[in-house]
Design a protein around this ligand. Structure first.
Ligand code: FAD
Length: 297
């Protein structure tokens, strides 16, 4: 019986494990090794680690946990249930883990544009978050991918980083007259033709090829097509979700299920490494405080 099972060993799960390990709790982290930013070569915007390789960040975090006796298991969790104050978790190999508290830190995955060439360029010259990658794309020819009306907000926002911004609606024609006026007024170009493929070298976008055969010079692309939970464990456990598909949590990462906490991208709030790590720290402290209260004589 563990004090705490943590599912997910990204920044949120590892930082929670750090606080709980330092609080002398018996903790296991079960992790399938697919952090959301595994596509990226740099992790930006984390004070003191700005620009670090995301893989190195995770490896350093895991190494730091060794001295606190935290168990790290590389495995996919298949099911999790809660009955009468006990969490029961089953992994893909049929192993069963039990705990008094459970932290879900399983993260999100991104809906990527369905374009030939995206997977090689995602995290290098194609991005979803301007706060993570806008600086590296400053003053470049930036494309924003947004079929129908999905790219308007992001196209306007990207003017913060470059004067050269083009919104690609990929063969859709849903922009209203007032949308076009707003985009024109703010110097955003609009390209409605269908995209055939992306061309580039070593992950760096060079051209967007349109159905007419025309090649548009573009050096970076941003998109915002929503996210999905990386696991269905929140649903299995009966968590409440927001309309955006993230799990509702209170100030210290409590969910609506007693003893179940959620931290990082899977929970509501800003989706950045430093925020995920901070939520992990908050959850770690809150979990330890609940355990202290339950054990007080
Ligand atoms: C391309 C890209 C670039 C980014 N760049 C930046 C950046 O520069 N700066 C920044 O601050 N943020 C960046 N982000 C956002 C950042 O990746 C997330 O905010 C952060 O990873 C969230 O941490 P997390 O711990 O909540 O989730 P994650 O890091 O996604 O970790 C979740 C972990 O849970 C595991 N898991 C999921 N389901 C299961 C299961 N069933 N069983 C076991 N394990 C499971 C996964 O394998 C994974 O290891 C970027 C994201 C992307 C996609």
């Amino acid at each position: 019986m563990y004090d705490v099972i943590i599912i997910g060993g990204g920044p949120a799960g590892l930082n929670a494990a750090m606080l709980l390990g330092r609080s002398r709790r018996k903790v296991v982290v079960l992790d399938s090794g697919k952090p959301r930013n595994r596509w990226a070569i740099k992790m930006n915007g984390f004070l003191s680690s700005d620009g670090m390789n995301p893989r190195e960040f995770i490896e350093r975090g895991r190494a730091e946990l060794e001295k606190y006796g935290v168990e790290l298991v590389s495995v996919v969790v298949k099911t999790a249930t809660y009955t009468k104050g006990e969490f029961v978790v089953n992994d893909e190999n049929g192993k069963v883990y039990r705990s008094r508290k459970l932290l879900l830190a399983t993260g999100l995955k991104d809906n990527l544009p369905e374009l030939e060439g995206v997977e090689e360029m995602y995290g290098k010259s194609i991005h979803h978050c301007p706060y993570c990658d806008g600086w590296e794309s400053r003053d470049k020819a930036i494309a924003v991918y947004g079929p129908e009306r999905k790219g308007i907000g992001q196209a306007l926002a990207m003017k913060n980083w470059s004067d050269d911004v083009t919104l690609y609606t990929d063969g859709t024609d849903s922009l209203r007259r007032e949308d076009m006026e707003l985009l024109n007024r703010n110097g955003v170009k609009v390209q409605k033709e269908k995209i055939v493929r992306l061309e580039g070298e070593e992950g760096m976008l060079q051209h967007i090829v349109l159905s007419s055969g025309e090649k548009k010079l573009q050096q970076a692309m941003f998109f915002s097509l929503g996210t999905l939970q990386q696991s269905d464990l929140g649903e299995q456990l009966g968590c409440e979700f927001t309309s955006k598909g993230v799990i509702k949590t209170k100030k210290l990462q409590h969910s609506n299920i007693p003893g179940l906490f959620v931290a990082g991208d899977a929970a509501r709030d800003m989706q950045m490494v430093i925020v995920a790590a901070a939520e992990g720290a908050k959850a770690g402290v809150a979990i330890n405080m609940e355990l202290q209260e339950e054990d007080r004589k």
